[in-house]
Ligand binder design. Structure first.
Ligand code: SAH
Length: 236
């Protein structure tokens, strides 16, 4: 696309979400920082740093800031799995983030809307429009058997596996998927001025069936997200 090769930071919360990328990289050097292994190397000539951050918003934010400070990444991708908030979106399908909100941020007592971080102008953290566009094209090519959607993703330190909780999140924020890291990575990218995209494949429906579906579909969903992420890196 350009002469300058962008350094791409990729964060997955869990091993199945990041392992294939790490195994596919060349010239790997592993750097240890904050109890995390950062794989620095290339994927088909593209400079990449890939890490398993651990689960939840704090782990993800720490990892994102290290990617920016220590590895000077030019853009950040978050690959992984999520619960679906929309009946049209099936297990295995992909959701590309348009923007991300912390569904568990709550300062309504001070008159803020749910999700609004007090004293911050932004309500949601937007993904890079060009990355969304490119990822959608790549997804149709590398994952031809599944659907790809664009929409808001909600993040919180909570595995959503209850219909009432799901309904409340959907009614309050809209959105297509719920997970536990994306908004914190998007926020870290935003405050540092780094372009971001969240790529999530659906592992469950974030309702009473989630505890059964999640383990059954974790690997398959993680693979779809990982395939797309690796395909996208090839285009950057
Ligand atoms: N399998 C893990 C726990 C997974 S927590 C264990 O037992 O150790 C769920 C992970 O998948 C998080 O990283 C989150 O981002 C994502 N996720 C998938 N479905 C989700 C849901 N319904 N609600 C919240 N996060 C979900």
């Amino acid at each position: 696309m350009e002469d300058y090769m962008k350094r791409i930071g990729v964060i997955g919360a869990m091993e199945p979400e990041i392992r294939k990328l790490q195994e596919s990289m060349q010239d790997v050097r592993i750097v240890h920082k904050a109890s995390t292994e950062f794989y620095e190397g290339t994927l088909d000539g593209h400079p990449v740093v890939a890490a398993r951050s651990g689960i939840g918003k704090v782990n993800a934010a720490v990892c994102a800031q290290i990617m920016i400070d220590l590895f000077q990444v030019d853009l950040l991708l978050n690959t992984g799995i999520a619960g679906s908030l929309d009946p049209q979106i099936n297990i295995g399908d992909i959701v590309l983030s348009t923007d991300l909100v912390h569904h568990d941020m709550n300062a309504v007592g001070f008159g803020y809307a749910r999700g609004q971080i007090p004293q911050m102008e932004a309500f949601s953290f937007a993904a890079d429009p060009a990355l969304i566009e490119l990822a959608e094209q790549v997804c149709r090519r590398v994952n031809p058997d599944i659907q790809v959607f664009r929409g808001r993703i909600l993040s919180g330190d909570q595995f959503v596996s209850d219909q009432a909780v799901k309904d409340d999140i959907k009614k309050t924020f809209g959105g297509l998927a719920v997970e536990m890291e994306g908004a914190s990575i998007a926020q870290t990218a935003f405050i540092n001025g780094v372009p971001f995209l969240g790529i999530r494949a659906i592992s469950d429906k974030a309702d009473g069936s989630a505890v059964m579906d999640y383990p059954a579909f974790e690997a398959k969903a993680a693979m779809h997200s990982s395939n797309l992420t690796m395909g996208l890196i090839g285009q950057l």
